[in-house]
Design a protein around this ligand. Structure first.
Ligand code: MTE
Ligand code: MO
Length: 327
């Protein structure tokens, strides 16, 4: 596919206009409305929109912490992480927190289809009831392919529980996931706008990766559910892979025998591959991946292979040396 225009995601962070994370706040203050300014802060960004309905899963939060997955970084402050996001359905900038409040979380249905015992469409709250016993908080590092990183406490449940819930057939090898496609909730999805014709956002993984203990379905962040800019009500987190694999606001989970093609892979195959495992030695075609900038501290640090999670996941790839594991 021919890409004619330079799009937001073509620009590496350091090549983009440097702006402080407080840019959005100043813009709002400029607008003069103190309430609007306050809504920049995550505490307020969490306040329900008028159209939001009560969250029946609220009592499950904060979930018990699972400290097994230690990391060496400093937790990214909530107000920083919640105001520096990639969510192209709400624009190409990192300052989509306010726009993302248009996301309507209920009703939210998730379709399980493809190679499963029985196709089903399940309400998110029903799914939550089924997985509630395994709900937990885990802190993971997040490494974006654009060379910025964060350390975030996520609430969620092991992806293996989602697989169990879906009951895949024995021939299923891959999982393909889709984000919502609804211009009423995300105006950027209007025809003729950003990524025209390429929605919904799609990502995928192998069933083996999904069953790895690190693979996590995220339903909340910083101890709270329904955090829209983070991809509520449910998104993926595979901390050993570049962030673009961590698909947000999922509405469909399909089991297949064929490797799915992701949103970025479809747009620029030579730059964004299926595996996308973090590797400091394998450069992106347009920039080095050797180091990263922590959005919380502003410090630059060396990138680690598999983002530091090699003990858990390196074994998944030992027989795949001929594959492009690092793009
Ligand atoms: N649906 C959807 N999911 C998405 C994206 C997106 O644009 N749309 N961006 C991805 C990218 S590039 C990154 S780095 C992470 C960012 O997650 P965060 O905003 O929660 O930090 O979400 C990923 N999931
Ligand atoms: Mo990213």
């Amino acid at each position: 596919m021919l890409i004619k225009r330079k799009r937001g995601w073509d620009i590496q962070e350091s090549q983009a206009t440097p702006e402080s994370v407080y840019f959005s706040r100043r813009k709002l203050l400029g607008a003069g409305a103190s309430l609007a300014a306050a809504s920049f802060f995550p505490e307020r960004a969490q306040a329900q929109n008028a159209a939001d309905v009560p969250d029946p899963t609220a009592a499950l939060y904060p979930a018990k912490r699972n400290d097994k997955y230690k990391f060496d970084g400093k937790l990214t402050e909530e107000k920083v992480a919640a105001n520096y996001n990639n969510f192209y359905e709400y624009g190409t900038s990192k300052y989509i927190a306010k726009s993302a409040q248009q996301l309507q979380l209920r009703p939210w249905q998730i379709k399980f289809d493809g190679m499963v015992e029985k196709e089903q469409t399940v309400d998110f709250d029903t799914l939550m009831k089924a997985v509630a016993p395994s709900l937990q908080e885990r802190t993971y590092r997040l490494r974006c392919v654009e060379a910025w990183s964060a350390v975030i406490p996520w609430t969620g449940f092991p992806m293996a529980e989602l697989v169990k819930f879906a009951k895949p057939l024995s021939g299923a090898k891959y999982i393909r996931m889709e984000t919502f496609n609804n211009p009423k909730m995300a105006p950027e999805q209007r025809p003729g706008f950003l990524s025209d014709g390429n929605w919904p956002y799609v990502e995928g993984c192998t069933l083996e990766e999904a069953n790895n203990e690190l693979a996590f379905m995220v339903t909340g962040a910083y101890g709270k559910p329904g955090y829209k800019q983070f991809g509520a009500p449910i998104r993926l987190m595979m901390p050993w892979k570049y962030g673009f694999k961590a698909i947000k606001s999922i509405v469909r989970v399909s089991f297949t025998s064929e490797r799915p093609i992701g949103y970025w892979e479809q747009l620029q195959r030579q730059e964004y591959g299926f595996w996308a495992n973090v590797n400091p030695e394998f450069s992106h075609p347009r920039w080095s991946q050797a180091s990263e900038r922590d959005i919380g501290t502003g410090e630059r640090r060396s990138t680690m292979i598999f983002n530091g999670y090699g003990d858990y996941v390196a074994g998944l790839y030992k027989d795949l040396k001929s594959e492009r594991l690092w793009a």
